[in-house]
Design a binder for this molecule. Sequence first.
Ligand code: ZN
Ligand code: ZN
Length: 282
Amino acid sequence: MPPGRAAPRRIPRPVGSAAMIEHICVTCGTQFAPTDGPPPSCPICDDPRQYVPPSGQAWTTLGDLAADRANALRDDGGLTGIGTEPHFAIGQRALLVPYGSSNLLWDCVSLVDDATAAAVEARGGLAGIAISHPHYDSSMVEWARRFDCPVHLHAADAEWVMRPDPAIDFWEGDTLELDHGVTLIRGGGHFPGGTILHQGERLLTGDIIQVIPDRTHVAFMWSYPNLVPLADAEVQRMAAAVGAFEFDALWGAWWGTVIPGGAAEVVRRSAARYSRALRGDP
Ligand SMILES: [Zn+2]
Ligand SMILES: [Zn+2]
């Protein structure tokens, strides 16, 4: 930890009281505000854009997560990815977006520990965090406190924040211009505040725009686990929102979901195919 950085805040525990712990949902990876027992349910997993497994709602904590998992940092299509191994919850990897002499963390993962913080600091640290949608809120507040930086979150998804914190900067409207050529675009679709990051030739989409396995197309859904599609008009609106920006490469939410070139045409072609499919002619 560099000089001047505060150690992660520990909640003082009065003698004899129950432990106040931030629980983490095992299925979606979201960290909740501290409670003295597991929360009654996970609203994010109760929502039909996620799911509760047949085995029922389960919880863990940052400490338990750190005991048997670690974060890997490695190149993913020219950006440094950060992902937890072995696989945890939804299994997304976050990305470090170059941001002057520092980085912007795009999306987030549940685990943050000393080794991760040191590895990120060695790459310039974090100046901010931007999140695509509530499924990747994960432990964003824990990260924000670790790196003393803000979290940029679209206000339309504020109701899904399970650990409110002053570090969260809610933005409104269709775009938010940050520094170093970064623009956050409200894509909507999967979630009303569904956010996409643009910088130079790059478009980072989380699963607001989903990269499909052979990398020749992308797809758009309201619920991925429940396979519920979006209305065609919403998909065409999303495609137009990102089509207003020039980009060549596109990063999805998981390791290797990268379209290295020609991604603007891939998005156009995929939105057109979506439209045809809904008319019965894919
Ligand atoms: Zn959950
Ligand atoms: Zn999602």
